[in-house]
Design a protein around this ligand. Structure first.
Ligand SMILES: [Zn+2]
Length: 484
């Protein structure tokens, strides 16, 4: 009986502590200065410039012999004509023939410069889907208030609107407080080795470091998290690691009329089944925790109760959040996607060696070695070899409380009512991780507001951006450059 009373007493204390924690959690709002903008944007001018930019087919191809570099040259000339004031007042360095670095001198040379990034290249249109587009992908046409075309969302909008913002400011006689750089790589979609990487090498050689770097990344979405009613601006503060591994498995060859119990292709299938079934361990790194805590503030009491008390609710939360195949799962574990397989060249020849390739996104807390060990374990007992085709460890994590982050939040909130700003972990890759060596504040954000279902248009069919978003992006960059 005494034990029962003690048990009930302990339970009541725990519940009271949990309720107090929830109340403290929901009231613990960080002060953000809202930064308003009253600039007047010439819609027709900037929309037209984006339309023209879309018409230039700056498609990158991993087989660079298939890339038409004349289009990239055309793009550089186009920018020169479209933004005459920038080309008069900023210094342009062309890096490795097709990548661009603009430098705008600010008032205070003691302040570290700021950098806004984007990339010039776009992905191709998947073969066989050309006719699925409502309007052709490289004509820059307008339909129902949207500019359609490859690159409208990823990410010529960022090039054109950031440049338009600078062009407008120069016209108004504004000189930024600190030096501003704009950098546009030409091969982000295929890894950025010839573009962003070369720009960084150049900057390192010049001993230039940055107060902040802002690249493409998250956007403002509604409906991204069902329990959050507000729009959410997702600002990437880190990105997962990236790896491609090829696994080769050997077995007996010979004539297919007398097959062994397992051919090498059969063993490949077994290994893939194991990888898909026994996933890597879930984790809850700080970068994911920061995101969940920020989102939690926008949720109802029950959700806040769970999130404010992760010390006790973590297992329950992780189970609910990381449902298989969801974004939540990708935020809580290293993902491994088998994407390619090879075996015999003939239907009647047993393959002596078969192989498969996995595309992996490594979560903070894991690393390349752990990943390879895990894959090895799934191939135990087989005659296998793992080739590392690419191995990028998880990025550094930028501070979600830095002065720049707070200012960025203020600009977003000033332009978009009723919007929460949330630091998040990007599960996809960008060029800006290459800049980690020259800035500790590297953020990933594109200032357009789109419904979640439109995100699949990126790299997909009917990629488009609304005229309203185009204007808002110019306003965002104008405000940011003036304020930073
Ligand atoms: Zn992109």
């Amino acid at each position: 009986m005494v034990y029962l009373f003690i048990g009930i007493g302990v339970l009541i204390v725990i519940i009271v502590v949990m309720v107090i924690r929830t109340i403290l959690f929901s009231n613990n709002e960080q002060y953000i200065e809202i930064i308003q903008s009253n600039s007047i944007i010439n819609k027709d001018e900037v929309v037209k410039k984006l339309q023209e930019a879309i018409k230039i087919k700056t498609i990158s191809n991993s087989d660079t012999s298939k890339t038409n570099y004349q289009e990239f040259e055309k793009f550089i000339i186009y920018l020169k004509n479209a933004f005459p004031l920038i080309h008069k007042h900023m210094n342009l360095s062309i890096i490795n023939k097709y990548s661009l670095l603009y430098h705008w001198k600010g008032k205070d040379q003691l302040k570290k410069p700021g950098l806004i990034m984007a990339h010039i290249d776009v992905v191709p249109i998947e073969e066989g889907t050309e006719n699925d587009w409502d309007v052709p992908p490289f004509e820059g046409k307008i339909k129902d208030g949207f500019v359609y075309g490859r690159g409208t969302m990823d990410i010529k909008i960022q090039i054109i609107t950031a440049m338009q913002a600078c062009e407008n400011l120069i016209k108004q006689g504004v000189v930024p407080e600190r030096d501003i750089y704009l950098s546009f790589g030409h091969d982000e979609e295929i890894g950025g080795q010839e573009g962003a990487l070369k720009i960084v090498e150049y900057l390192k050689k010049e001993k230039i470091t940055f107060e902040f770097v802002l690249d493409e990344g998250g956007a403002i979405n509604t409906g991204a998290i069902s329990s959050v009613k507000k729009a959410v601006a997702f600002v990437g503060i880190a990105e997962k690691g990236y790896s491609n591994l090829e696994v080769k498995i050997k077995a007996e060859g010979g004539h297919a009329s007398t097959p062994p119990t397992n051919t090498s292709l059969g063993l490949v299938s077994k290994a893939i089944c194991k990888i898909e079934k026994r996933k890597m361990k879930k984790r809850f790194p700080l970068v994911t925790r920061n995101m969940i805590l920020a989102l939690g503030k926008e949720m109802n009491f029950i959700n806040q109760f769970i999130i404010a008390n992760l010390w006790i609710t973590k297992p329950l939360f992780m189970k609910a959040f990381a449902k298989p195949g969801t974004n939540g799962e990708a935020l809580l574990r290293t993902t491994i996607a088998p994407t390619m397989a090879k075996a015999s060249m003939e239907p009647n020849v047993l393959p002596q060696c078969a192989s498969f390739t996995v595309n992996c996104r490594i979560l903070h807390g894991d690393n390349g070695n752990k990943l390879i060990k895990y894959i090895s374990n799934q191939c135990k007992g087989m005659d296998y070899k793992i080739n590392i085709l690419r191995m990028d460890e998880p990025s550094k994590v930028s501070d979600p409380n830095s002065e720049f982050y707070k200012m960025l939040s203020g600009v977003i909130k000033g332009l978009h009512d009723n919007t929460a700003v949330v630091p998040y972990l990007m599960v996809a890759g960008t060029d800006c991780r290459k800049y980690e060596c020259i800035s500790k504040n590297v953020y990933r954000f594109t200032p357009f507001h789109i419904p979640l279902e439109d995100m699949k248009r990126i790299h997909g069919t009917n990629e488009r951006i609304s005229e309203e978003n185009i204007i808002n992006c110019v306003r965002f960059f104008e405000t940011l450059v003036k304020k930073c």
